[in-house]
Design a binder for this molecule. Structure first.
Ligand code: GUN
Length: 296
């Protein structure tokens, strides 16, 4: 016998997302038989190329699972007041169950004012402070889609997460902070590593679970990892090499393969899960609204 390590499991985010989407589609079909259809409004401000791709994919995916979608494209020059006015209309429209404002917004628009203007019951991104607070208190609220997708991948891979040491690399409002809250709720011991951490690699080496969400291509290599750890790579970074470009994560994939027991690829790992969980959140929001109205 040699001491060679078994090949790590490549965590298939496309397959896991397909499973979530199939469950959502089945439930949406059931609701349609009762004359109900969930609807998602997606608001895009400006013409950021990556945001346009994300929005197009969200609309496509909604169609595939039977969720109605409404797309609102505002020019980059729109004012905060115009955007708030649109959101107020969507809040008041009982046929709209979910509202998503694609980020980033143009610099002149106060992002916090916009996120706080979304009705928390329709906040399918989970970015309103009421939902953020609810998550940190362990209440059952709408939860940010990317970290919720990462948690599903981890549970699919490891089963029970209780007692595991999870290190989250990055402290953004969209991923790092809600990811830490979700892992804590799943009974992990959680460390958040960030740009001011004194020895990020040493902290990471103690982790059973590493979730990387910093937006720095190939930052984390095998020297950051404990043998047998599970790695979830949220990074989507476009690297230009010669005349062409390719997507890489925050984890140096080839290097990490020598240590991890399981790892998400980029692309095909976390990315597909984010949209699947958005559809799931829209379904949850719709059900809760209809239940509150006595329709369901
Ligand atoms: N931009 C990057 N990620 C996200 C996300 O999860 N939601 C929204 N609304 N915008 C984003």
């Amino acid at each position: 016998m040699t001491g060679a390590q078994a090949l790590p499991q490549v965590i298939d985010g496309k397959a896991a997302a397909a499973q979530v989407l199939a469950e959502v589609r089945e439930q949406v079909l059931g609701l349609k038989e009762q004359g109900l259809q969930p609807a998602l409004a997606v608001v895009l401000v400006g013409s950021d190329a990556a945001s346009q791709v994300y929005v197009r994919n969200k609309i496509l995916r909604a169609g595939e699972v039977g969720i109605a979608s409404l797309e609102y494209a505002l020019p980059a020059t729109c004012t905060l007041a115009e955007l708030l006015d649109l959101i107020a209309q969507l809040n008041a429209d009982s046929t709209v169950n979910g509202i998503l404002v694609q980020l980033p917004l143009p610099a002149h628009i106060d992002e916090n004012a916009v996120l706080q203007s979304v009705d928390p019951a329709k906040d399918v991104d989970g970015f309103h402070s009421e939902n953020v607070g609810g998550l940190s208190q362990g209440r059952n609220v709408l939860t940010p889609c990317t970290p919720a997708g990462c948690l599903r991948l981890l549970k699919n891979t490891l089963g029970d997460l209780r007692g595991k040491h999870a290190v989250v690399v990055g402290r953004s409002n969209i991923v790092g902070k809600p990811m830490a809250a979700l892992l804590l709720q799943a009974d992990c011991s959680v460390t958040v590593v960030h740009s001011r951490s004194l020895d990020a690699a040493a902290l990471c080496r103690q982790a059973d679970i590493v979730v990387a969400a910093v937006g720095r291509p190939n930052l984390i290599d095998a020297s950051w990892l404990k043998t047998g750890c599970v790695v979830i790579d949220v990074g989507i970074n476009r690297l230009s090499v010669g005349g062409s470009s390719r997507l890489v994560g925050d984890v140096d994939y080839a290097s990490a393969l020598t240590k991890a027991s399981a790892i998400t690829p980029v692309p095909g790992g976390v990315g597909p899960m984010t949209i699947a969980l958005l559809m799931n959140n829209t379904l949850i929001a719709a059900r809760q609204q209809w239940a509150a109205q006595g329709t369901l």
